[in-house]
Design a protein around this ligand. Structure first.
Ligand code: ADP
Length: 278
């Protein structure tokens, strides 16, 4: 559904993407995990037609983004990181304008607006001004807007940034439901729990390069299953183990304080890049 080959992007002399290759299958939920400045937003902006690539190729559902930009754009909906709703208009009006931009006839716009507001549980707020909505509700409205023209692929750029943990979980549930209903999802995040919880596969991105792509379980499994953190002479040191028993028996001989925990994606990212995601 998404195919990318040798994708590069330069902003003046800054190399934002240094040659990205990736394939995302239909129906997959694919996460792009990396620290700020890694190149996540740049990738999404190129794939959704908001900026041009410097080199390489990419296609969405078989439509080349350079050669068939309009057809490619119709394949996807985008939820950008910044809230870009029209705050002086109502919830319903924001969706209607988007439908007009996509050339949807009025009857279809009305039908899709009603269905999507129901889907994201905003039907009762249809006539509220957007400026009266909380951050979580605005994010849900942006998701409804991105789905209005029935795209095959949904791009979510840091969908839960700045939201409270409870609200974040509701967005996660919505994202899972959208995938279950057949949409391919590409999301960027710097929250390891988000990638672990949601993604079928995760790409680690660092300084414009993909350093690993695999399922969260396989990426974490490279390290073992359990970890022990200890404060040593050189700061925090972590040791990894295949089983809890193995970790416990090592810990039994320790005099210093330690924490026993499960391995997470941050461990795998740190091992591959030498840096933390956050
Ligand atoms: P991320 O989304 O992972 O935080 P970005 O894709 O936003 O990363 O940025 C990747 C790199 O490109 C960074 O070094 C950033 O400073 C640079 N960059 C992004 N957008 C622009 C721009 N419009 N002009 C110049 N440099 C940019």
């Amino acid at each position: 559904m998404i195919s990318v080959r040798g994708l590069k992007k330069y902003y003046a002399k800054t190399e934002a993407l240094a040659g990205i290759d990736l394939e995302v299958a239909a129906g997959e939920l694919f996460a792009y995990l990396g620290p700020n400045g890694a190149g996540k937003t740049t990738t999404i902006r190129i794939l959704t037609g908001l900026t041009r690539l410097s080199a390489g190729q990419a296609s969405l559902n078989g439509h080349d983004i350079e050669k068939q930009p309009l057809a490619a754009k119709r394949q996807c909906g985008l939820v950008p990181q910044q809230i870009n709703l029209d705050s002086e208009l109502t919830v319903g009006e924001n969706l209607d304008i988007h439908g007009r931009i996509f050339g949807m006839p009025q009857a279809l716009r009305r039908q899709r607006t009603a269905r999507l507001l129901d889907y994201v549980e905003l039907a009762e707020r249809r006539d509220s001004l957007v400026k009266q909505l909380s951050g979580g509700l605005k994010r849900r409205l942006m998701i409804a807007r991105a789905l209005l023209h029935n795209p095959r692929i949904l791009f979510l750029d840091e969908p839960t940034v700045g939201l409270d943990p409870g609200i974040r979980r509701r967005i996660w549930a919505l994202v899972k439901r959208i995938q279950k209903d057949g949409t391919t999802i590409f999301l960027t995040t710097h929250y390891i729990e988000e990638a672990e919880f949601l993604a079928d596969r995760v790409a680690f991105i660092d300084r414009g390069r993909i350093v690993a792509v695999d399922s969260p379980a396989a990426l974490m499994g490279r390290m073992g299953s359990w970890a022990i953190d200890q404060v040593g002479d050189q700061g925090m040191q972590t040791s990894y183990f295949k089983s809890r028993e193995e970790a416990r028996s090592m810990a039994a001989g320790q005099e210093t304080e330690f924490t026993l925990r499960r391995v997470n994606l941050e461990d795998a990212f740190l091992a591959l890049t030498g840096k933390r995601v956050k």
